[in-house]
Design a protein around this ligand. Sequence first.
Ligand code: GDP
Ligand code: IMO
Ligand code: MG
Length: 441
Amino acid sequence: MPVTLVVGGQWGDEGKAKIIDHLARRSDYVVRFQGGANAGHTVVVDGNRFAFHLVPSGILYPNVRCILGGGMVVDPLALVEEINGIRARGIDVSGRIFVSSQAHVVLPYHQLLDRGSEEMKRGNRIGTTQKGIAPAYADKMSREGIRMSDFALKPSDFENLLRGKISAKNRLLKSIGVGPLSPGKVVADFLAARKVLLPMITDTRILLWDALDEGRTILCEGAQGTLLDIDHGTYPFVTSSSASAGGAATGTGLPPGTLRRVVGIFKAYCTRVGNGPFPTEDVGEVGERLRRIGSEFGTTTGRPRRCGWFDAVAARTAVRLNGVTEIALTKLDVLDSFERIKVCTAYRMGGKTFHHFPADWESLRRCTPVYEEFPGWKMPAAGRDAAALPEGALAYIRSLERLVGCRVTLVSVGPERGAILRLPAVSPRERKPGPKAAVRD
Ligand code: GDP
Ligand code: IMO
Ligand code: MG
């Protein structure tokens, strides 16, 4: 049974959780492999909105086991709060949440450092979520981090470990004007969190390897998106983890060869929250309209998302980089009322045309998009079956497939769980003789 990997194909917030929730109904395990509480993953069921930050989005199904993988950075206090919030809404999570002993711990000083480093950058801020993500990964890489396995220390040893780390960091916090941190409260909070989390901490690789041996269905849940990936995104305007497919193997311990089905999640247009280059950003009426209709405000920070047309150059790069085997296209309904819809098919830079997303953001900043225009369908895409999607909507999807080089199998047409269509490789209508039948496949 191949593992299914779900990755964001753009700058995050593509609607990954909606698709995870859809795929999780037939899964045994859902595993997050990177990032931390910077993620905001929304699932809407019967009008009830759930926003997950650390807990995998499969938790709403009583039989799904959820793993926080070793590639994550976990804020234990935020995790306990999130678990309590989920429980309070009547979801039984007992015995279903597992936290990798290899995952790194986000401490309050990481959040202070995140804030301090952003303040120092002034005009050049990344616009982080201030959840302490970059400082926690920096400590991991410099081998100064605390891991979830340290929660298994005797309470007195755990306390000494925390006090030692805090006193070392306090010098730095003071030097950038965001400290010092009083160790007493941190220790008390962490000892309380330890009690809740200790039973959940384990070597989750073994769980996953056993699950593979037993032929169980495993779903890997990416956070953020390809263009925010630390290596492949618009560095330095990125997050600090491997948000693209490559991160799933190291972040879970699953052998790379098992990750054979890669579902790339793409919005039918583009958004970005935080700073950094965004070639198709529309700061005028179109951007405003996409933001309003698509309710484009951050799930974690509430910030308005920057909006613009679909960028097929960036998407094609994401498809190739992640080895996307199928696309789930989300928020198609947001385009329902547009008269004309544009797609960026190439970039112009220095009098030349490019079909690849540049690897450095300085070049990207100088790119101007080349657009192709499509007629809008001007009717609701929602509530129809795939065969009855408005003709213009289907034509738009087929054009995106052609432009990015991958087929679309799922189309999401609303935030609710049920607002999703499975698209046949070639729809019945397209099978009829006629010019469209020859478009692709
Ligand atoms: P994620 O971080 O990729 O999981 O995405 P977010 O949850 O941050 O943002 C996606 C937002 O769009 C959420 O508010 C979802 O409820 C909503 N959403 C997801 N799919 C659709 C869709 O097809 N149509 C509409 N209108 N909203 C959607
Ligand atoms: P999900 O999983 C959208 C952005 C931040 C900032 C940059 C670095 O919901 O798609 P960080 O706090 O990670 O150091 O911030 O990355 N960012 C996201 N943007 N969706 C997310 O997660 C994001 N997580 C981080 O806005 O630009
Ligand atoms: Mg989000």
